[in-house]
Ligand binder design. Sequence first.
Ligand code: NI
Ligand code: MN
Length: 226
Amino acid sequence: MKITYYGHSSIGIETMGRHLLFDPFISMNDLAAAIAVDQIPADYLLLSHGHGDHVADAAAIARRTGAPIISNYEVVTWYEKQELKGHPMNHGGKWAFDFGKVKYVNAVHSSMLPDGSYGGNPGGFVVWNEECSFYFAGDTALTMDMQLIPMTCPSLDFAVLPIGGNFTMDYADALIASDFIRCNTIIGCHYDTFGYIKIDHDVVKKAFSDRGKSLILLPVGGSMEL
Ligand code: NI
Ligand code: MN
């Protein structure tokens, strides 16, 4: 299983021979200027909510690759009106795709599509198959609902959590989130992209290592195998 970081909350995960692409926001991200958006592979697009910093490149990538969009009902319906295909879900719902099972779980945030359309309620994804199990939190505050994940899903190999603060939880709350989800391998996202969410990498990494946890901050364009 291979993880590629495209900046902000844009993550590609290759598992079971499929490329899953989460929250593509690349062409409008100055920190991701070196990434060629038109070459990113995608068999499925998973969108946590409708905000532009999570969906900016979704339509173009879906059109180029034919990848269906997995998101909440409102976000998927919005893309279907643009003649793109999708799989609508809602909170607490689970579906078996050819790459594994997906559960759409709660996030405490907001959701509005780029043209101002209602974006439904934001969510996160838990994905599991024979190869791995992980949680992509999307944009969210720390919430007690995270405790439901280890009660309802297989134990997690890793989780992608926002750590930048201001619009989402910060690293201190993400540390508590990692307790709630019972996962000690965290990939940080939603940091450094704009002024409100700049972080001190050394401080944040130390806070995790002091608690015996691993916080991975991949460089934009960087990959790792897990
Ligand atoms: Ni957001
Ligand atoms: Mn965001």
